[in-house]
Design a protein around this ligand. Structure first.
Ligand SMILES: Nc1nc2c(ncn2[C@@H]2O[C@H](COP(=O)(O)OP(=O)(O)OP(=O)(O)O)[C@@H](O)[C@H]2O)c(=O)[nH]1
Ligand SMILES: [Mg+2]
Length: 213
């Protein structure tokens, strides 16, 4: 028989000092593979459709308002933006996909850059895939998940803008997504997130910290 004193609690991310997140700094924007920082250490990338809330999530997670640029205009993040957590530890804000008004030539350039980064980057430990809770698991999301599955890259989904739905509807959307992931991408995990209210921030930080450290 187990008794409560047998249970060793898993240390929550709140044990990680807030300064760990606040000290994160912008390194540089990259628009060609030869501009990437050396492929050493560990990094975590943020991906998702344009406007899904990648930059907002990075700002919230790092507790820094203006670290990543947020815009009402989709397609704002046009580079692989690298942030330094500490030496040999990076976060990467990837250009959003699925934005119609980007010229074809530029879209192809980003598509190729993104694909090669995801396939070849050795330092990449995990992908945070952001999906607007009102439009989850689009065709492009699935393509990205397929790329990750092909190299057995760990994926954690943030269902963003959870504040846009009632609690009940948000929970239902999460349950539905988890069922869909279990069927096609077992191993991928998912949670609710809101950059507006801070919902899900500790859970997301715990995952990031596990990957980085
Ligand atoms: N209500 C609400 N709005 C959000 C949330 N996160 C982001 N937004 C809004 O959604 C819009 C897009 O956010 P961004 O963080 O710039 O999205 P992105 O994924 O970085 O977009 P790209 O850089 O274009 O790929 C902005 O108007 C944000 O204010 C959220 O959790 N709740
Ligand atoms: Mg952005």
């Amino acid at each position: 028989m187990r008794n409560p004193s047998d249970i060793i609690p898993f240390p929550p991310s709140t044990t990680v000092d807030i300064d760990y997140w606040r000290s994160i700094r912008f390194l540089r924007g990259v628009n060609a593979l030869n501009q990437l920082p050396p492929d050493t250490g560990r990094e975590v990338a943020f991906a998702g459709r344009s406007n899904a809330g990648k930059s907002s999530a990075i700002n919230r997670l790092t507790d820094q308002r203006g670290l990543a640029r947020v815009s009402k205009t989709p397609g704002r993040t046009q580079l692989l933006n690298f942030f330094v957590v500490k030496p040999e530890r990076h976060l990467v804000d990837l250009p959003g996909y699925g934005y119609a008004r980007v010229p074809d030539s530029i879209r192809r350039h980003w598509g190729e850059l993104l694909k090669r980064y995801l396939h070849e980057r050795v330092a990449l430990q995990g992908l945070v895939l952001l999906m607007d809770i009102r439009h989850p698991l689009t065709e492009t999301d699935r393509q990205l998940l397929d790329s990750c599955a092909a190299r057995e890259l760990a994926v954690h989904v943030l269902l963003t803008k959870a504040d846009k739905l009632s609690r009940g509807a948000a929970s239902a959307a999460l349950a539905q997504l988890k069922r869909a992931l279990a069927a096609t991408y077992p191993g991928a995990t998912a949670q609710l997130f809101s950059a507006l209210t801070g919902q899900g921030i500790n859970e997301a930080r715990t995952r990031l910290h596990d990957w980085l450290e």
